[in-house]
Design a protein around this ligand. Sequence first.
Ligand code: THU
Length: 130
Amino acid sequence: MAHDLFEAAEAAMRKAYAPYSKFPVGAALRTAEGRIHAGCNIENASYPEGWCAETTALGAFVMAGGGTICEIAVVAEKMPRIMPCGGCRQRLSEFVASDATLHLCDETGIVESVPFTSVFPRGFNLEQNR
Ligand code: THU
């Protein structure tokens, strides 16, 4: 199940531009409408200017019309079960459904699926802070 999302993340990882860290990452997002958007990490000689695979995928998602994200897959060939960094969890949280699933992968496929809210409870938003 959701292997197609893993495959999209893995294909994106193969496009990573990560000459500095040599740590390619791929991410893929599935929308409620069933569309898949993927991205890789893109590094820069000015190291802090690089960004994560999840952020590239979010750019593709928004440019394709956006929507609601119901599934996320992330893969890194050098780290089974890579977790999205804190900044990307905040960025993803802007668009995820309340019951969105995060798939953690190794190089062969999904190895664990967890609710997105379990890895990003009580994130910042402009409506709930009372
Ligand atoms: N990276 C991602 O693409 N996603 C994450 O969630 C964590 C880290 C990238 C950033 C950098 O290009 C490389 O992994 C090493 O930190």
